[in-house]
Design a protein around this ligand. Structure first.
Ligand code: NAP
Length: 302
């Protein structure tokens, strides 16, 4: 049964997700702060809305995927925010990675309008969004999830229920602590090996023959070795997620010494102006400090 869906935030992740909803036969009304980024969706049959409120009007499901907590607060509660028009009985699925506390607060605002909210952050990056193969981590009422599942199935291959509102995000922050640290420490190891004179290709062969092998670094290594930092996941957003994880750790009295150090390395890269590059650009900051480059096909001595 085709549904009327409001979709807000057509960035790296949102654009392919909205496209998959259109391909699924739904009527989609899209809003993006920068209107130029909705052109491809309009061509694919989406209606372009002038505000979040307009995108949500008449929708049975509203999806949001914007940068951070401030952005989602603006989209939901700000001027012409979706809270003005979202219908009683509608569901807001928010796939932004934001503060769990902010998400719970928004769920309360929506409940006041008779609408339900799921926090449904994702992993799988741009390619997972394009293929409809994202993994969703979901918080909220199980009945609301059941209601939203046919929509979520167009976008992802795994939908993992984590518990009450905010717990999808709690899981997502933990996942990105692990992912950011894996990439950073991979880069540190490769900088160490390269400066000593071991070629990146040789080091990669060793890693792939060892227990340190991981799908993440198998995927990211060719980009690092080419020096291609086209953003799949912008570095400034990974830094934001580490900051959110630190806030959660503080609130729960949890020490996270390695994550705290890794956050500072991403923070340094961001301060150098690399925030809009892929988060693997963290390697360039480590390279600059060490005076070497991890590039395949380039002799370590060069
Ligand atoms: P992105 O390409 O930078 O897109 C960010 C989106 O948020 C854009 O549509 C942007 O609008 C919008 N936005 C930012 N501030 C806003 C505001 N104040 N009001 C309204 N809209 C605002 O980022 P992305 O990679 O798609 O990431 C989106 C979310 O998904 C983030 O929370 C990120 O952490 C999460 N995520 C990303 C990935 C990934 O691999 N990329 C994976 C998992 C989760 P403009 O176009 O006007 O700037």
């Amino acid at each position: 049964m085709p549904e009327t869906i409001g979709f807000i935030g057509t960035g790296i992740m949102g654009q392919p997700m909205a496209l998959n909803l259109l391909k699924g036969g739904h009527r989609v009304s899209v809003y993006n702060r920068t209107r130029a980024k909705t052109g491809a969706l309009e061509q694919a049959g989406a209606r372009v809305a002038a505000s979040p409120a307009e995108a949500a009007r008449g929708a049975s499901v509203v999806m949001t995927i914007v940068s951070d907590s401030a952005a989602i607060e603006e989209v939901v509660l700000g001027k012409s925010g979706l809270i003005e028009t979202i219908g009683s009985g509608a569901v807001l699925i928010d796939s932004s990675t934001i503060s769990p506390a902010v998400s719970r607060k928004l769920a309360c605002h929506l409940a006041g309008k008779g609408a339900a909210m799921l926090d449904a952050p994702v992993t799988g990056s741009k390619h997972g969004a394009e293929k409809g193969e994202l993994t969703f981590m979901i918080g909220g009422d199980p009945g609301t999830l059941e209601r939203a599942l046919p929509i979520l199935k167009l976008l992802g291959k795994k939908h993992i229920y984590c518990g009450q509102n905010g717990l999808g995000l709690a899981a997502k922050l933990a996942q990105n602590v692990i992912q950011s640290t894996m990439v950073e420490i991979f880069c540190e190891g490769f900088v160490l090996a390269t400066k000593a004179g071991v070629r990146p290709e040789t080091m990669m062969e060793i890693i792939q023959g060892s227990m340190a092998r991981a799908a993440l670094t198998d995927f990211k290594a060719p980009f690092i070795f080419r020096g291609d930092f086209t953003p799949y996941f912008p570095l400034k957003l990974m830094h934001k997620d580490l900051e959110l994880a630190m806030e959660a750790a503080f609130a729960q009295n949890i020490p996270m010494p390695a994550a705290a150090a890794v956050k500072e390395v991403y923070g340094a890269a961001k301060a150098q102006g690399k925030g809009d590059l892929d988060y693997t650009a963290v390697v360039t900051t480590l390279e600059e400090l060490a005076g070497t480059k991890v590039r395949a096909g380039v002799s370590p001595a060069q």
